[in-house]
Design a protein around this ligand. Structure first.
Ligand code: SF4
Ligand SMILES: [Zn+2]
Length: 343
């Protein structure tokens, strides 16, 4: 079976109330060089158009799609979430899809969201696929928000990786076009890159994301390295349960950040599920110290990456050599240890 079909076969769509947001919380982020509270809002929409057609191999958002959400439903979600603002100066808006897809976030709703959040917060970030970026909505964002940023999920600059590992059919060219347009109208750009798509060895994954970061440096203000987090009912989950995939080591995340110190843009990483079996992890003993150092580096609170140490560095280094020799990206250590299949 081909990757585009497999993605849809593994999907498990959950029932949901179109008048309720998916989630909201507060987290730390950087605004004008200072660490501040950032307000995250995930609106429920009909979801990503690409997920409805096929979807990315690692994307669990595909499980949130397929319900229809009207403009009135979205306005109800907006009103409800505004009451939960606690003065955070930075707001990040996600939709399990694309803020600039007019079939998903209708133009009048988009305007109301930007107006309401831009009137309360110093900076508003929205996420969208690069090929959906047009001048008009960008100008609207810049007009309605004191600071406006778009987040673009490129994942990799390598078309082979995108097509055969991620199941995306657009890439660096669209990313550069969208990012340049954003800068032209006065918005800033955050590039999301994926560390360790399926079928890549640990070493290939490090090289791919470092190369990609340098390829988009000139058109990015922030570069977010997102280590794979295995989400349920995805192709990656399918491989993971069979011992054919291991999320990246935290050693790899820190190595990538070390090799991104020379970037002009601000490199960062907030590993979702870090330290857990489905997220980036090391041996278990040192995970907490790695996550602390990665967080501090990302927030500009100090660079302790060179001081990280643990006995599990040796097996990680072995893996970087072994996988290439064995020509496999399977979870070699897990298989050698005879790890029980994951539920
Ligand atoms: S483009 Fe984003 S939301 Fe859409 S399927 Fe891919 S990862 Fe999921
Ligand atoms: Zn360790």
């Amino acid at each position: 079976m081909r990757l585009p079909e497999l993605v849809t076969q593994l999907r498990d769509v959950r029932p949901a109330n179109p008048r309720e947001i998916i989630s909201t919380w507060s987290e730390k982020d950087v605004l004008d060089g200072k660490v501040v509270d950032a307000w995250v809002i995930i609106f429920r929409t009909r979801g990503c158009y690409w997920a409805r057609k096929s979807g990315c191999s690692m994307c669990g958002y595909v499980n949130d799609v397929a319900i229809e959400v009207s403009p009135e439903d979205l306005e109800t979600q907006l009103d409800a979430v505004l009451a939960r603002h606690r003065g955070q100066p930075f707001v990040k808006v996600y939709t399990s899809g694309n803020f600039f897809d007019e079939h998903e976030v209708f133009p009048e709703v988009r305007r109301n969201v930007l107006k309401a959040l831009g009137g309360r917060c110093e900076k508003v970030l929205v996420e969208t696929l690069a090929h959906l970026v047009r001048r008009e909505p960008l100008e609207e964002g810049v007009r309605l928000c004191p600071k406006f940023e778009i987040a673009l999920g490129l994942e990799s600059a390598n078309d082979v990786v995108l097509r055969h590992a991620v199941n995306k059919f657009w890439g660096l060219k669209e990313h550069v076009r969208a990012a340049s347009l954003a800068h032209e109208v006065g918005a800033t750009v955050k590039s999301y890159l994926l560390l360790k798509p399926p079928f890549l060895t640990e070493r290939e994954a490090i090289e791919d994301v470092v190369e990609t970061a340098h390829a988009v440096d000139a058109v990015s203000d922030t570069i977010s390295i997102n280590p794979m987090n295995v989400q349920r009912n995805t192709v990656v989950d399918h491989l993971f349960k069979r011992g054919a995939y291991r999320p990246p080591w935290l050693w790899s995340v820190s190595e990538v950040l070390r090799q991104c110190r020379d970037l002009r843009a601000h490199p960062k990483s907030h590993p979702t599920g870090g330290g857990l079996r489905r997220g980036a992890h090391n041996c278990g003993t040192c995970d907490r110290s790695f996550l602390g150092a990665i967080e501090d580096f990302s927030l500009g609170l100090g660079d302790r990456l060179d001081d990280l140490a643990c006995e599990c560095r040796a097996p990680w280094l072995d893996l970087l050599e072994l996988e290439g020799l064995m020509q496999t990206s399977a979870d070699v250590h897990g298989l050698v240890r005879g790890a029980a299949p994951v539920p």
